[in-house]
Design a protein around this ligand. Structure first.
Ligand code: GUN
Length: 306
């Protein structure tokens, strides 16, 4: 392996420590930040994420609560819950876990969240501000990635950056943040012609397409920084053996849990040519929750003019 491993877990720990300090400072002013999380349905991955968010809040001293609505909950019930949280002055952050079960339209409900408490940065007001270059609440994963790149010494000004994937949660805000940092940004997606050639232009490649091991050595310029946002559950033993040859821990995990988490990047092969790379797990994942904690404290401060 040539590539330097970008340690998202270490950067996330540093962010959490900073946030814990800010919570402490707020406590001295009688302010105790509070996050409320809404989970609709029983998607297993969402359950894991929501539990992790609650635990992380506890660890840095942020109060948090979870509201579980059944998969068959009506839109009226969800809208009423969001309205009640918006009306509660003690609530600093409101997070609606995505995706919502069908037929609920996630975007329609994200639009109902008070932008001043939209700690995900998904409300159109916050999306618009980000694209105007005057960010309010920035989506947690891309914000964490920029902090990881900065702390790892990866230059962005003048760099060619390619973002693979155009989701509202990662791809689009990622591109806006890189542009704000003076990178030359290209967005590509499943219908991009000659995807490998476009990706090979990148000094900084962010893979957020949701396809296991889509990014191969053919997509990576030697020396590039490769950020892997993918979290794909893979249960195909032959694929896992090909992607992680000789990795007994992965094989064991697959046998025990029935799946292993694989990123959007063919890690073993790409690490041989990239200059820097994030692993899955332990790369980008921990940064998302760290960003959420930061946004919650920021919301608590701003709402009080602090
Ligand atoms: N689903 C996957 N990632 C996220 C996230 O960052 N926020 C919310 N609300 N839902 C998600």
């Amino acid at each position: 392996m040539n590539a330097r491993i970008l340690d998202g877990a270490a950067v996330a720990a540093a962010i959490r420590e900073r946030v814990a300090g800010q919570v402490h400072e707020l406590a001295a002013r009688g302010v105790s930040p509070r996050l409320e999380v809404i989970l609709v349905g029983d998607d297993p991955a969402s359950r894991v994420y929501v539990a992790a968010k609650g635990k992380a809040c506890l660890q840095v001293g942020i109060r948090s609560g979870t509201h579980n609505l059944p998969a068959g909950a009506g839109g009226d019930e969800l809208a009423a819950l969001i309205a009640a949280l918006n009306a509660d002055p003690d609530v600093d952050g409101i997070l609606l876990q995505m995706p919502l079960p069908k037929p609920l339209d996630g975007r329609a409900f994200l639009d109902l969240i008070d932008p001043a408490r939209d700690v995900d940065g998904f409300h159109p007001t916050n999306v618009g501000l980000l694209h105007q270059g005057r960010p309010a609440f920035v989506p947690c994963t891309p914000a964490g990635i920029v902090e990881l790149l900065d702390r790892s010494g990866v230059a962005l000004t003048g760099a060619r950056a390619v973002v693979l994937g155009r989701s509202e949660i990662v791809g689009k805000p990622m591109a806006a943040l890189l542009l704000a940092r003076h990178a030359t940004v290209t967005m590509c997606h499943s219908r991009t012609a000659d995807l490998a050639a476009v990706c090979r232009e990148a000094d900084v490649l962010v893979a957020a397409a949701g396809k296991p091991a889509l990014v191969t050595v053919a997509h990576v310029k030697p020396g590039a920084a490769v950020i892997d946002v993918g979290v794909n559950r893979v249960d195909d033993a032959a694929l896992v053996a090909r992607l992680y040859p000789g990795d007994a821990e992965r094989q064991g995990q697959l046998a025990k849990r029935g799946y292993t988490l694989v990123g959007d990047v063919d890690f073993t092969a790409v690490a041989a040519v990239a200059g820097a790379i994030t692993p899955v797990p332990g790369g980008v994942g921990p940064l998302t929750i760290a960003g959420l904690l930061q946004n919650t404290v920021t919301a608590a401060r701003r709402r009080r003019g602090l």
